[in-house]
Design a protein around this ligand. Structure first.
Ligand code: FPP
Length: 315
């Protein structure tokens, strides 16, 4: 029996749920071997005994794997599905920490601290499911206008975050760097960030890009100035200038554009976050305040993304 699947409904840690038409749903384990037809549909070979449902999962999983391997062994289904449907890069505007704290009659710094914990939980999950890049807006060029004690508490939280990473460095798989103009940060913090980048540079897992004193317009102005300098010194010619070259002067050089941007707390704007890079990003607004944005919410956002019809201006 041959099952055609053209829709991935959801992911669990070990399996995907697939729609196979006629209202039927199939659960397929990642280590099954399937095949891809010319239309890009995933073809799953097996029979009813190969469907894995209910109590006897382990036994039927083994049996189905054997059945499938006996028939056709050409493609790794997990890679195919992941490649087609998961965003490689998710950018997040972590909004709502202040309101979350206020609801609990606590200072705003309490909300930011809870927000940092939320971030850590989500990073682990995102790494596990195969997201390659996460960019977060931790401190914008506009955030300097907040009361001094809030700015200080955010900077101290960052210091702590880095110290914790360095302390537990061996247990982490995450590679960290930053986007934004670090020159306005205190020297000790800049040094910590450099150490962090160095220590994490050998990591093979998810790439976390932290926006620090980041503003999209500021990033573009800095890029224009750098490019102008290169032009004046003759390192580049006017005819070299194109989108690709310009992108290479941005802080996000080498990072793919985010396919998905998530903003929490129900606010519907990008607030100077990645204006160049977000041209074709899908935007997902969650009503949750950032500290309440859990793994379930992340999966919901990814599901939404997967159901969007991305046409990039074409038809
Ligand atoms: C916006 O919400 C949030 C920020 C300006 C700070 C975000 C920073 C963190 C979550 C800290 C974690 C990051 C690292 C890397 C240490 P808001 O407080 O303005 O929310 P409000 O609109 O409810 O006031």
């Amino acid at each position: 029996m041959k099952f055609y699947c053209n829709k991935v409904i959801g992911f669990t840690k070990k399996a995907v749920r697939l729609s196979i038409g006629g209202g039927y749903i199939k659960i397929a384990y990642y280590d099954y071997i399937g095949n891809i037809d010319i239309a890009g549909n995933w073809i799953f070979y097996g029979d009813n005994d190969g469907l894995v449902y209910g109590k006897n999962r382990r036994k039927s999983k083994k049996r189905a794997t054997r059945l499938i391997r006996d028939r056709i062994c050409t493609f790794n289904a997990k890679e195919a599905i992941m490649e087609n449907s998961l965003p490689k890069h998710i950018a997040i505007i972590m909004d709502g920490n202040g309101r979350w704290a206020k609801k609990r009659f606590m200072p705003r710094s309490f909300g930011h601290r809870a927000g940092a914990q939320t971030l850590n939980k989500l990073l682990k999950e995102a790494d596990k499911i195969g997201i390659e890049h996460i960019t977060v807006y931790a401190f914008s060029t506009e955030n300097w206008t907040r009361p001094k004690d809030e700015v200080n508490s955010l900077m101290n939280l960052l210091r702590e975050y880095i110290d914790d990473y360095i302390k537990d460095n061996e247990t982490s798989n995450i590679k960290i760097d930053s986007i934004g103009d670090l020159s306005r940060l205190d020297e000790d913090l800049r040094n910590k960030i450099n150490t962090l980048k160095e220590i994490s540079s050998c990591k093979k897992g998810l790439n976390l890009h932290i926006g620090l004193n980041y503003g999209g317009r500021d990033e573009i102005m800095r890029a224009v100035k750098k490019m102008y300098g290169e032009l004046k010194s003759g390192n580049i010619k006017e005819s070299d200038i194109n989108e690709e070259l310009f992108s290479s002067y941005l802080d996000t050089k080498g990072i793919p554009d985010p396919e998905l941007i998530i903003r929490t707390s129900g606010e519907m704007r990008l607030s100077n976050f990645l204006p160049w890079q977000s041209t074709y990003s899908e935007i997902y607004i969650s009503d949750k305040l950032w500290p309440d944005f859990n793994i379930n919410e992340l999966n919901k956002a990814i599901e939404h993304y997967k159901n969007r019809d991305r046409r990039f201006g074409g038809r």
